[in-house]
Design a protein around this ligand. Structure first.
Ligand code: SF4
Ligand code: SF4
Length: 376
């Protein structure tokens, strides 16, 4: 298995230059973590690395190292494949929230049962069938868990629909939806991901949708990059909500009222480095009169990760990365850090609460900012 992973991820071409380790946010705070050494160890022991090694679970799969590697080693896929092998050996290392977040995703593989849609706000309009579907992902469920952190993911889903309505679209929201499988996939459980994906693809086919819109970049990249690898051409278009809205805003279909303030934008790893969506969130923020967008030193492809991924680990190292990002945002002079990902919002808001930074910088999801500025 490992030999095949080494070939597929181009690990054989590693120059041992160490650019990956030098770029890695985890290595900065965790001296024992080195992507270069992980690759080297695998090359020296192609029969299998030390899979009981906890280091494989420390990677954020943020893609910074892969983006900078001169040999184009796909370290994200290297990590994922190593986790598949580690799982097979019974060494899965999922630590956060006592494993309940991942367990809740696994529970959704059940064919029976429908999602409760009572979270949909009374003022937004949705459909049962139609050309555009809004894939809500786990937002309605995260709301229950993270309300105490001041993160309203149900509100994020509703503000997304509100903006789609303002653009003249009444999206399908389906009770047959399941988790996209991102977190099981990145923790080495492709089987759960495939079961969830099949149910989602059947649901979308039945809805008649030709375009699927996502608020969560993780759901988005699963449909854009991962599902096609397993299921071929999907037969419908996909778009992050910022991609869906930006051309409609440019065409004058949505108008925003004046909102004074200075904001900075955090590029999520999945939306940025994975999917290459950098301009559209910024175009939306620029469309609000009076709102000033200032950039952090590390933006776009250079953006620092929010410090957590797939509910794998939440250690001192993760928190230090998050506090570093919050400090970078606050240093711009912005009063609000706008995220393009609900999960980045959760992780950064949690760190802000722990670090007593809530008064220094507010963290908001992009559709919340935009919906608040809608035409009032
Ligand atoms: S950046 Fe690429 S070539 Fe350099 S050590 Fe890391 S994996 Fe090897
Ligand atoms: S993907 Fe990110 S966290 Fe993982 S080794 Fe590369 S730079 Fe470090």
């Amino acid at each position: 298995m490992l030999e095949e992973t080494i070939q597929r991820t181009k690990a054989y071409y590693c120059l041992e230059c160490g650019i990956c380790t030098g770029s890695c946010p985890v290595s900065r705070y965790h001296p024992d973590f080195s992507p270069r050494l992980m690759v080297e160890r695998a090359l020296l022991r192609p029969d299998g690395p030390s899979l009981d090694d906890r280091e494989v679970w420390s990677c954020l799969t943020c893609g910074t190292c892969s983006a900078r590697c001169p040999s184009l080693v796909d370290y994200n896929e290297f990590t994922r494949a190593t986790r598949v092998a580690a799982r097979a050996e019974g060494t899965a290392g999922i630590d956060t929230h006592a494993g309940t977040m991942i367990a809740f995703m696994e529970l959704q593989t059940n064919a029976a049962g429908e999602r409760d849609l009572s979270w949909i706000a009374a003022d937004v309009r949705t459909s049962r069938k139609g050309k555009v579907l809004f894939f809500t992902g786990c937002l309605p469920y995260f709301g229950v868990v993270f309300r105490d952190y001041g993160v309203d993911t149900v509100g994020m889903a509703n503000s997304t629909i509100r903006l789609m309505n303002a653009a003249g679209v009444r999206p399908v929201v389906s009770c047959g939806e399941r988790c996209c499988g991102h977190d099981p996939y990145w923790t080495g459980d492709a089987r759960t991901m495939k079961t969830l994906a099949r149910r989602n693809l059947e649901m979308i086919k039945e809805s008649g949708a030709q375009k699927v819109v996502f608020a969560c970049p993780e759901c988005y990249v699963m449909f854009k990059l991962v599902y096609p690898k397993y299921f071929g051409v999907l037969g419908f278009d996909v778009a992050h909500v910022t991609e869906f809205l930006a051309p409609r805003v440019a065409a004058g279909k949505l108008r925003f009222a004046e909102r004074e303030g200075v904001v900075t934008y955090h590029d999520p790893c999945r939306l940025g480095r994975y999917a290459g969506v950098y301009d559209e969130p910024r175009e939306l923020l620029a469309a609000v009169p009076g709102l000033e967008l200032v950039e952090m030193p590390r933006a776009r492809a250079e953006a620092l990760c929010c410090g957590s991924s797939a509910w794998v680990s939440c250690t001192r190292v993760n928190k230090q990365i998050q506090l570093e990002r919050l400090a970078e945002a606050a240093d711009t002079g912005a009063s609000t850090l706008v995220t393009g990902c609900p999960k980045c919002n959760i992780h950064l808001a949690c760190a802000a609460k722990d670090g007593d930074l809530e008064k220094k910088i507010e963290i908001k999801f992009v559709t919340d900012v935009m919906a608040e500025a809608l035409g009032s």
